[in-house]
Design a protein around this ligand. Sequence first.
Ligand code: SF4
Ligand code: SF4
Length: 449
Amino acid sequence: MTGVPVRLLPTEVGCRGEGPATASPGGRAPDRFHVLAKPTGAICNLDCAYCFFLSKEALYPGGRFRMTDELLERYLDQLFEAHARSRHVTVAWQGGEPTLMGVDFFRRVMAAVERRRRPGQVVEHTIQTNATLLTDEWAALFARHDVLVGVSIDGPPEVHDHYRRDKRGGPTFERVLRGLGHLRRHGVRTNVLCTVHAANQDRGLRVYRYFRDDLGVEFVQFIPIVERRDEPGAPPRAVTERSVDPAAWGRFLIAVFDEWVRRDVGEVFVSEFDAALASWVGAPASLCIFAETCGVAVALEHNGDVYSCDHFVDPDHLLGNITTGHLAELVGSGAQRRFGAAKRDTLPGYCLECPVRFACNGECPKNRFVLTPDGEEGLNYLCAGYRAFFTHVDGLMRRMAELVRAGRSATEVMALLARASRNGPCPCGSGRKAKACHQRIPVEPTVVD
Ligand code: SF4
Ligand code: SF4
């Protein structure tokens, strides 16, 4: 691993992954963009307490929530037409739970894609699933087409089952593990998506070590749960009890980073750390949430409606429908370009003066609903966590970025930490002795349930 900071995920699976896509300067659609297609809309076989998609069912009262074959063909026609100048096309599925469509639907997807793929064109298939419905048959199909499968797991069983329950309130962990087992047996590429919330926010190390040591996970992305309370009478800017606490989110990332940077660089790929290193190297953001602007990752509903982003599936962000307009026109529309630019143009002054803005960029606009210390609107709810995290990693990110710029491997940072004199200053720049800083084996405080 030389020259490349740390291996970025081939394609992120999930609503925040639009890394390889590029924005177009003019009034047309970019040559490459990301569509998260939701063939079952918000419908899912589970009932996870924090799932924001479930409420989206209300957008389509009486709807059938199944993408028809006719719509599938139209969608793929438009997707490939829009990518005529691109060597890469991503075909991404999410839900709800997309596997509810049945394995035959995805067989037809693969066949339909092959009919459209130009010689030499690289198609990246991705799907995000809770994995509970996966069988050998699914895994064989995914393996045959090299599908990157994102599996939602929140940590070890006692943590995962806290919020991730089925419709009868039962636990789901065992079924997820069974699904993951099928994928593993067939050699399918997987990426764990782990949401961070009140039930696991203080267990970063435990969660990370469980993924690494017990599940052998190589790729993981952490997603903070931020749910606004919208019931009548709720205080303004209030969040649910399940939501992650901003400071705890920072501590979670720091705990995982300090473990990772001592021993796992180049072995385990954490999206947030890859994205941070890209920022320190001066490369484009690999996660949309940390990019300066957004707008090149739209959501496609089961009926052909296209929304600005999977996090903005609401009437105000409906761009149109692919049965009456072309996907490329919708992605290149003025409304979508304004949506993307607003991420940069609406940053409060507090962010504009922030020393880690180059890495954070105010994160996702959906979380910008609190006041800055001087009372300005539009600060990100998670700001305290991100400030703490990006400040904490600054020293070692600089070291890794220097290595990369010198054509060396970022993995050398581990040897740098290990070789430092125990009583000398830690290479991270904290000012503490190495033995009391990154040479110390981190221990997580006991969490009392
Ligand atoms: S609104 Fe922008 S930053 Fe947030 S998830 Fe969507 S594309 Fe990413
Ligand atoms: S850390 Fe806070 S102040 Fe800095 S850019 Fe991010 S949200 Fe804005």
